[in-house]
Design a protein around this ligand. Structure first.
Ligand code: 13P
Length: 284
């Protein structure tokens, strides 16, 4: 059944767990995530990231309606969420499709401009009665340096979210949850992530809303437990699920028929998702 974030926080807070937000780029992702959520009888978030459209991986127009339909049919609460929306028109498009939650990512803007545009996104989300996430601090990603080597920029503490700003930002914008930077990165980790657990606790106290951890795949289960104990209630997860799918296809190859490759990828992703989700919801 369809739900929004505000409807699943109650359970997450009661049980001190995090809800997994898995990025969807194909049908096998949807099947693997929903099968796992139903098996564990737990809510889950199907997310579509605007960047996957920009990188020609998948289009919102194609996969969005499928996500909504599959969420409606699910036996557990499913939030259909737009991840890293960077403009209001794109956010509006997802809302018209029936998404129950959106993220406006103004982290590349100045602080003042991020507040201004986030307020507009909040007003839009409220019009549709859905939940909204925003971001402050910079979530580092993986970049190519001029030697073509991948570089992990997460260790730069200057990008971490400031608790005083988190408080001010939530008060001024009225967002339902806040994506914060405290040591994770999007994409693959090339050195062990070193998360600032104390900062997570401070951010939760200052912001007064659930904290969202982006760059959530590739983190140890011990670290998941610590950030959840300190106030993280939503964990965004993609890269290592996608990698598990690729490894599953490699292990099954050569395959003659495409459906065998798709099934091998789906099964491998599902194993990875189940392991992460069991940890998020304290069932490991
Ligand atoms: P990963 O790249 O660590 O899986 O993070 C995904 C994410 O944060 C999407 O918003």
């Amino acid at each position: 059944m369809l739900a929004n974030l505000n409807e699943v926080w109650k359970l997450a807070d009661e049980k001190k767990i995090a809800i997994g937000a898995f990025n969807i780029v194909n049908f096998e992702n949807i099947l693997a995530v929903l099968d796992t959520a139903e098996k564990l009888n737990m809510p889950v978030i199907l997310a579509f990231a605007q960047t996957h459209e920009e990188n020609n991986v998948m289009n919102l127009d194609t996969i969005g309606p499928v996500m909504v339909l599959m969420a409606q049919r699910a036996k557990v609460p499913v939030v259909v969420h737009l991840d890293h929306g960077v403009n209001l028109d794109y956010i509006k498009k997802s809302l018209k499709m029936g998404f129950t939650s959106v993220m406006f990512d103004g982290s590349a803007l100045t602080y003042e401009e991020n507040i201004r545009q986030t307020k507009e996104a909040v007003a839009l989300a409220r019009k549709y009665g859905v939940s909204i996430e925003a971001e402050i601090g910079k979530m580092a990603g993986i970049t190519l340096n001029n030697e073509g080597v991948t570089e992990n920029r997460a260790s730069d503490r200057r990008n971490y979210t400031d608790p005083a700003e988190a408080k001010d930002f939530v008060e001024k914008t009225g967002v339902d949850c806040l994506a914060c930077s405290f040591g994770t990165v999007h994409g693959e980790y090339f050195s062990e992530p070193k998360l600032d657990f104390e900062l997570v606790k401070e951010l939760k106290k200052a912001a007064g809303v659930p904290i969202v951890m982006h760059g959530g795949s590739g983190v140890s289960h011990a670290d998941y437990k610590k950030v959840i104990a300190n106030g993280v209630r939503k964990i965004n997860y993609f890269t290592y699920m996608d990698k598990a799918g690729g490894e599953g296809v490699n292990a099954a190859s050569p395959v003659k028929y495409f459906h065998d490759a798709a099934k091998a990828g789906q099964d491998a992703m599902q194993k990875d998702i189940e392991s992460a989700m069991r940890c998020f919801v304290n069932m490991d």
